[in-house]
Design a protein around this ligand. Structure first.
Ligand SMILES: Cc1cc2nc3c(=O)[nH]c(=O)nc-3n(C[C@H](O)[C@H](O)[C@H](O)COP(=O)(O)O)c2cc1C
Length: 180
C-alpha cells in the first residue's frame, strides 16, 4: 500500500484531465492504496515571489493554501499531476504549484519518490506532451531519489467532459492507478 496524492491543476468545469485523474484515483483506491485527490479549482495558489525565505524557515511567506498542499506533497510516496496542455506546455497553474513546492527543495525527509503525469490536449499527436513531461522532469531532477514513472496521453480531447467518451484513455488512467 502506498500513500498517493493526485493533484488536479485544471481550473475548468468538466475538466478532461480531472476526469482522468478521478479514474486513476478509483484504480489506486481499489487496489488498497491510501489516496487523496486535490483539485486546485477551489484553492488559492499564488505565484512564487522568489524571496527564498523558505530555505531558512521551511515555510512560504505567502498566506494561501500552498503551505498545507506542499506538506501533502512532502508526505506522499507517489504524486500524480493532472494538467491540460496550454501552448504545448503544462498549465501555468501546474507550473505555479511546482514552483511553490520550493520549501521542499534540499530537504532530506521528502517521501515522494515516484511522479506520474496525466495530460489532456486537443492535438492528436502524443508529442504535444513532450514539453510538459520535460518540464516536470526538470522539477523531479531537483529532488533526490525521485523519478518520473509514466504519462497518460489524453490526446485529441478538447471539449469539456470529452475525456469520459474516450474509453481507451479512461481505462489507461484507471490502470495507471491500479499499478502505482
Ligand atoms: C489557453 C489554452 C491553451 C491551449 N493550448 C493547447 C495546445 O497548445 N495544444 C493543444 O493540443 N491543446 C491546447 N488547448 C486545449 C486543451 O489542452 C484541451 O481542451 C484540454 O482537454 C483541456 O483540459 P482540461 O479540460 O483538463 O482543462 C489549450 C486550451 C487553452 C484554454
Amino acid at each position: 500500500m502506498k500513500k498517493v496524492l493526485i493533484v488536479s491543476t485544471s481550473l475548468r468545469n468538466g475538466s478532461n484531465s480531472e476526469i482522468l485523474a478521478k479514474e486513476a484515483y478509483r484504480g489506486a483506491l481499489e487496489v488498497g492504496n491510501e489516496v487523496e485527490l486535490v483539485s486546485l479549482k477551489d484553492k488559492s495558489v499564488n505565484f512564487c515571489k522568489g524571496c527564498l525565505a523558505c530555505h531558512h524557515t521551511g515555510k512560504c511567506i505567502i498566506k494561501d493554501n500552498m503551505n498545507e498542499l506542499m506538506l501533502k506533497v512532502k508526505e506522499a510516496e507517489v504524486v500524480v499531476f493532472a494538467t491540460p496542455i496550454y501552448y504545448y506546455e503544462m498549465s501555468g497553474m501546474m507550473k505555479t504549484f511546482l514552483d511553490r513546492c520550493n520549501p521542499l527543495y534540499g530537504k532530506e525527509d521528502n517521501k515522494f519518490k515516484e511522479v506520474y503525469l496525466i495530460a489532456t490536449c486537443a492535438d492528436t499527436d502524443k508529442s504535444a506532451l513532450d514539453r510538459a513531461i520535460n518540464g516536470l522532469e526538470g522539477w523531479i531532477s531537483c529532488f533526490e531519489g525521485c523519478s518520473f514513472k509514466k504519462a497518460i496521453y489524453g490526446v485529441g480531447i478538447n471539449d469539456a467532459n470529452g475525456a469520459s467518451k474516450n474509453n481507451e484513455v479512461m481505462q489507461e488512467a484507471y490502470l495507471l492507478g491500479t499499478k502505482i
